[in-house]
Design a protein around this ligand. Structure first.
Ligand SMILES: *Cc1c(COP(=O)(O)O)cnc(C)c1O
Length: 383
């Protein structure tokens, strides 16, 4: 019997470990020089004059971004049900309401042709999610936002690095973009996230609200050579700052981001080729010339498959392979269902994609043998 192949594993090298040890030995554990360096290097990586603000999760980053663009009680924010609950929960944190727009049957991203019908006088923003690392149709989405004077905050938790019409996500004409460094994401700090924006006012607001609404960072206060005990609280902020231990990992993970993406892309192509002719749909691809981050590799079992989706995942687990499902659409979860009185068929594309979806393991720590084992097992079950 083979050892169990988990659904996901982080890829942490000696560089990350040594950098974290250096932080532990330095005496500076919380937000400090490593976080600052990670932010500077991240801003340079994205380019186009963005500022980067490190936070302790993408959830925190999305919350700060929506707060900074002015979302408040009674507002409506358009997003997709085909996402993780973070995307929508932060809207509720601010007393606003998410308005779900169904996903596209081919890309699984929010269907831009259905957005305008969901806009009301209360609509203030759109939060697109680049599902699996494939960019939303941002041209159409941004022009709708522009026409209706809506803010755009991109949930780029899956999208490092992803491009849209040749431009890196993070550099588009949206207001704010937020990345996740959760343990399963394309680069990781264990827990962490990054806010990116070209708007200095939004950056400033996120920085202040990330640390208790205090007008100066702890690092500035403690490293200043002048007496600097004084600070001012200008808002009831949050405790969302990144630690230097986490940033130590992020600095080196970021250096490998393009390498990791290439590896993921090669593995995705390997699956594409090997899984042809089986009763399943392969994942959608980026338009030619664009980059797909391949955070996830999601197949859909078609009706002619010999087993149900649930049974397929059970059989894979029995054969020692971890799979997952992305996502259980938000409108099927009790909180969202009951709060907004939603029916499964309200979002038929999200529902039907979910019913067939299986995420296969795809991560840089997997060997060719690991991937071949996944392929062999899928073929055994579905062949
Ligand atoms: C992982 C994820 C998040 C949340 O990221 P955290 O860093 O864990 O807060 C948000 N949105 C999507 C689509 C995600 O997959």
């Amino acid at each position: 019997m083979n050892t169990f192949l988990p659904f996901a594993l982080p890829d942490i090298g000696e560089e990350e470990i040594n950098e974290a040890l250096d932080s532990l030995r330095s005496g500076w554990l919380t937000t400090g020089p490593k976080t600052k360096r990670f932010e500077e290097e991240f801003a340079a990586f994205v380019g186009n004059g963005v500022e980067a603000i490190a936070v302790n999760s993408a959830t925190a980053g999305l919350h700060l971004a929506l707060e900074a663009v002015g979302i408040g009680p009674g507002d409506e924010v358009i997003t997709t049900p085909y996402t993780f609950t973070s995307t929508a929960e932060v809207i509720r944190y601010l007393g606003a309401d998410p308005v779900f727009v169904d996903s596209d049957p081919n890309t699984y991203n929010i269907d831009p042709t259905k957005i305008e019908a969901a806009i009301t006088p209360r609509t203030k923003a759109i939060v697109p999610v680049h599902f699996a690392g494939l960019s939303c149709d941002m041209n159409v989405l941004l022009s709708i936002a522009c026409r209706h004077n809506l803010k755009v905050v991109e949930d780029a938790a899956h999208a490092l690095p992803t491009t849209c019409n040749g431009q890196l996500i993070g550099t588009l004409a949206s207001d704010v973009t937020v990345y996740s460094f959760y343990a399963t994401k394309t680069i990781t700090t264990g827990e962490g996230g990054m806010i990116v924006t070209r708007n200095p006012e939004l950056a400033k607001r996120c920085r202040v609200m990330r640390l208790h609404g205090i007008s100066r960072d702890a690092f500035d206060r403690y490293t200043s050579t002048k007496p600097s005990w004084h600070y001012e609280v200008i808002a009831p902020g949050y405790k969302y700052n990144m630690t230097d231990i986490a940033a130590s990992l992020g600095i080196h993970q970021l250096h490998k981001a393009h390498l990791f993406q290439q590896k993921r892309q090669t593995m995705a192509a390997g699956y594409d080729e090997a899984l042809q002719g089986l009763p399943l749909l392969l994942p959608p691809h980026a338009p030619s010339g664009d980059t797909h981050a391949w955070h996830l590799y999601v197949i859909r079992l078609t009706d002619d498959a010999p087993v149900s989706r649930d049974r397929f995942i059970e059989l894979m687990a029995e054969k020692g392979i971890g799979c997952s499902v992305h996502f259980i659409p938000l409108h099927l979860h009790p909180y969202w269902r009951d709060r907004y009185n939603l029916q499964p068929e309200d979002f038929p594309c999200a529902l039907h994609t979910y019913e067939q979806a299986v995420s296969l393991p795809l991560y840089t720590k997997m060997s060719d043998d690991d991937q071949n084992r996944v392929i062999r097992t899928v073929k055994e079950i579905l062949g």
